[in-house]
Design a binder for this molecule. Structure first.
Ligand SMILES: [Fe+2]
Length: 350
């Protein structure tokens, strides 16, 4: 693991190394409305006994979203796939808990942990994989100024929900930033890909990927942001290509859902993104063409500001900027982050 030796999280020895995102778990008051949203966003419902409702993508995970009927809307937590079944026992021993058989779609075994913010984080293994399928082939850019390989043919992707592979990453906000970063790195072997620092050197946002050795992993499977209270900032899914992001936006607009931010391209991770709000107000991202890194890719350090969050597209929505969320008398670290976010990201923007 080649990490900047001066990095505050450089010497963490992980107990196990998680391999992939499995699912998110949400409580919802209106499961029917949330189910309609997830369908229109590109998920497919999975039949399973019991009151909870499950959705999958076109990848091999038996499910990607679990909805629990509830009298509140809440983010319960998420699941990670273990590379090896023994990892559940190793991590269980280290935390004084035991794995159990899973009664969720796909079965297998599951270990339930609780992170420093009270979220339930599962490690799963041995589930029966769903049959992955290809909704359509990705559209390559074939005609460039130097080469025209598409002749006598147009680009006509269908107007459908953007097919999503599954849940690929999450962004968590926490007032316990350092403790939370340590907890995830120590328990699951997350590697830092990029860190955003304020002028005083405080890290306000970190992007973390799975340590899959020489196998590439998404630039981030988890991002952790310093903020006034624990909160899920968004849940992200990978779709096929940029046209699927665009047609998915057309489809969601036609169904009357609330658009939030995009289409644009991120800087760190390079994803072409589009953000939507679900009926409970949580944010969901479609993305395509994101970066992947092997374990030896070094961590990067960047200024914490709005300018570094997007390469092109509209500015960050006002409600996504911490200035609108934190009290005036915020403690100095929060104040420093707010001030950094208030710097105009482009010469023509406030
Ligand atoms: Fe994202």
């Amino acid at each position: 693991m080649s990490i900047n030796p001066s990095h505050p999280f450089a010497n963490i020895i992980p107990t196990v190394r998680a391999d992939a995102m499995a699912y998110v778990v949400l409580e919802r008051r209106d499961v029917e409305a949330m189910s309609r949203f997830l369908h229109d966003f590109g998920f497919t419902r999975v039949e399973h006994e019991g009151p909870n409702v499950y959705f999958r993508g076109f990848g091999e995970k038996p499910y990607s979203v679990e909805l629990i009927p509830s009298d509140r809307d809440a983010f319960v937590g998420f699941g990670l796939v273990a590379a090896d079944g023994a990892d559940l026992d190793t991590l269980g021993s280290a935390n004084g808990i035991a794995p159990a058989d899973s009664e969720k779609p796909g079965g297998g075994r599951v270990l339930h942990l609780v992170d420093p913010n009270g979220y339930r984080i599962d490690l799963v293994h041995g589930f029966e994989k769903a049959e992955a399928y290809v909704p359509r082939e990705a559209i390559d850019v074939e005609n460039t100024p130097w080469k025209k390989s598409r002749v006598n043919a147009g680009v006509r992707p269908p107007l459908t929900p953007a097919p999503v592979e599954g849940v690929r990453h999450l962004v968590l906000q926490t007032p316990h930033f350092e403790q939370t970063v340590r907890w995830y790195m120590q328990n699951f072997g997350y590697l830092p890909s990029d860190m955003l620092q304020t002028q005083s050197g405080m890290i306000g946002l970190g992007f973390f990927r799975f340590d899959r050795g020489e196998q590439p992993a998404d630039h981030h499977a988890l991002a952790i942001s310093f903020g006034p209270a624990p909160e899920i900032l968004h849940i992200s899914t990978e779709t096929i290509d940029i046209d699927a992001v665009g047609q998915g936006q057309q489809y969601l607009r036609a169904q009357g859902w609330e658009h939030f931010w995009g289409i644009g391209r991120h800087v760190l991770g390079s994803q072409v993104f589009d953000y939507w709000k679900d009926p409970a107000g949580d944010e969901w991202e479609h993305y395509a063409d994101g970066d992947v890194m092997t374990a030896d890719y070094p961590v990067g350090f960047h200024p914490f500001d709005r300018a570094g969050l997007w390469a092109w597209g509209d500015d960050l929505p006002a409600s996504m900027r911490p200035a609108g969320q934190a009290p005036e008398e915020a403690p100095p670290p929060v104040r420093e982050l707010i001030d950094a976010m208030l710097v105009a990201p482009r010469p023509w923007l406030d």
